[in-house]
Ligand binder design. Structure first.
Ligand SMILES: *Cc1c(COP(=O)(O)O)cnc(C)c1O
Length: 393
């Protein structure tokens, strides 16, 4: 493609402009493990990096490359590295920047497994960690040590919806030569571009908004510089965290409508949030679109919209929350998020159940917290469903 599209929706549809040699309008699924070389010299040149020919699907695959380059374009990054899951992307970043004697600073309410793998597995290899509330810059400042090798943010965080000040934290980190990685899963590049805000690495669980149809598991890492990209790609390749071409094909298809889906889900989410906030049985609600959110102004600065994720607590605590989850009919009781259907779940007993009691308490993941991922159904139907379920409490 000679004309490079600049609008977000055009980028979603046309992507990085990869051309299939047979003229297929849609990038086909290159369902192959290995690629034939033209000659012994060509094979040697591919391995030496002197030719961009394909070698082996764990290393790179055309269907996956199309997706990687497209998401890199959306995030304004240098290039991307597709991974088998969001957690494979998280683990690849950790393996790339951490090691024995190195230290990570992160949010005490990150996605449960992103913390559990540091405290349960990387700790066995001598990695040190400090989890603080990164929505408070002073706590980040106090957590930095001489051996801090990575600051890992998730904002808005899962499941508390707390917002961290990406530019301020990056400025602080870079004064200490520490790279910053942001898990941008809750926003997608449509609503927030961490690399433009100062981060070095951004990652996604593409299982969520990027694919958006609850039918694949996938992850991606986007680096701002060539050096970081190469570092992350080589870790992914040798650890076998690669994405499967069929998964990449479905994700690329889902990605085309991401902005349309998010516009709609966000509109619904705003109405649902207003409904819940006014409901007498709701004790509190965290949604970046409500003025009651403690980082409402910061959210408006970092994000172009409040998104479709919210958490709330009911006046009756956990028992009331269980009653709600057992009585919804349209909302699906399931983990995951960012799909076309509205999902409701209970982090303390589900997504964050592997965390210690202390870690949950620190992270504000209370027993009463219910998380809602608003879908693209009719807002009236979502609200009517919540209303009837709330009336059972
Ligand atoms: C789901 C999720 C992950 C993990 O992604 P998988 O695709 O399930 O491995 C990481 N971070 C966040 C914020 C998530 O929501």
């Amino acid at each position: 493609m000679t004309h490079k599209p600049s609008g977000f929706n055009s980028k979603l549809v046309h992507g990085a402009g990869a051309k299939d040699p047979l003229g297929s309008v849609i990038m086909p699924i290159y369902q192959t493990s290995t690629f034939a070389f033209e000659s012994a010299d060509h094979g040697a040149a591919c391995f030496a990096g002197e030719s961009d020919g394909y070698i082996y699907t764990r290393i790179a695959n055309p269907t996956v490359r199309d997706l990687e380059k497209t998401v890199a374009l959306l995030e304004n990054g240098y290039d991307g590295v597709g991974c088998s899951s969001g957690m494979a992307a998280v683990t690849t970043v950790y393996m790339s920047y951490l090691g024995a004697g190195k230290h990570i600073v992160s949010h005490n309410a990150v996605y449960g497994p992103s913390r559990a793998i540091i405290e349960g597995t990387f700790s066995k290899f001598g990695v040190e960690s400090t989890y603080v509330d990164t929505t408070d810059l002073e706590q980040v400042k106090a957590a930095i040590r001489p051996n801090t090798a990575l600051i890992y943010l998730e904002t808005p965080a899962n499941p508390t919806i707390g917002i961290s000040d990406i530019p301020a934290i990056c400025k602080l980190a870079h004064q200490h030569n520490i790279p910053v990685c942001v898990d941008n899963t809750f926003c997608s590049p449509y609503l927030q571009k961490p690399l433009d805000l100062g981060a070095d690495i951004v990652l996604h669980s593409m299982t969520k908004f990027l694919n958006g149809h609850a039918d694949i598991i996938g992850g991606i890492i986007i680096a701002k510089t060539e050096a970081d990209y190469k570092k992350v790609r080589s870790t992914m390749v040798i650890s076998g965290c690669n994405m499967d071409p069929h998964q990449a094909f479905l994700t690329r298809r889902g990605l085309k409508t991401m902005a349309l889906r998010i516009d709609r889900a966000q509109e619904n989410a705003m109405r649902v949030a207003e409904f819940l906030e006014a409901h007498p049985k709701v004790a509190w609600i965290m949604y970046p679109g409500l003025r009651s959110h403690p980082q409402f102004e910061l959210g408006k600065k970092l994000m172009s919209g409040p998104g479709a994720m919210m958490s709330f607590g009911l006046k009756g605590g956990l028992d009331a929350g269980k009653k709600l989850m057992d009585n919804v009919q349209l909302c699906v009781l399931a983990v995951s998020l960012g799909g076309i259907e509205t999902l409701i779940q209970h982090p303390a007993s589900m997504t964050h159940s592997k965390l210690s009691k202390a870690a949950k308490k620190e992270g504000g993941i209370s027993d009463e917290l219910v998380r809602l991922s608003v879908g693209i159904e009719e807002a009236d139907d979502i609200i009517a469903d919540l209303e009837q379920a709330l009336s059972k409490i």
